[in-house]
Design a protein around this ligand. Structure first.
Ligand SMILES: [Zn+2]
Ligand SMILES: [Zn+2]
Length: 103
């Protein structure tokens, strides 16, 4: 297979800008950088990692909170490029208050 992994094909709604900012703020984006890791294997995606939408768009899904910048489909689950398992998008954002965040 290729290096990309299809995201959840379920239909979604365009993400609300307010919700996106909440997600990004919760993830610490804008104040020291995002803390994103696979909730299953703890792989951390880098800025060069890419996901592909069913519409063919290829982008870094964590820059948009899981929303495709081309068709505005919002992906509620994200596949891990390391362990190839699926997790809810929001579970990827490591929160400082998480007990398993590494302190
Ligand atoms: Zn798309
Ligand atoms: Zn993983």
């Amino acid at each position: 297979m290729d290096a990309f992994h299809l995201l959840d094909p379920k239909r979604g709604r365009p993400i609300d800008p307010g919700l996106l900012s909440d997600i990004l703020r919760g993830a610490g984006i804008g104040k020291g950088g995002p803390h994103i890791r696979c909730p299953l294997c703890r792989w951390r995606p880098g800025p060069g990692d890419r996901w592909v939408c069913g519409c063919g768009e290829i982008w870094n899904t964590f820059r948009t909170g899981g929303q495709c910048p081309a068709c505005f489909h919002r992906w509620t689950r994200t596949s891990c490029l390391a362990c190839h398992r699926w997790s809810p998008h929001q579970d990827w954002y490591e929160r400082a208050s998480d007990p398993d965040a590494g302190a």
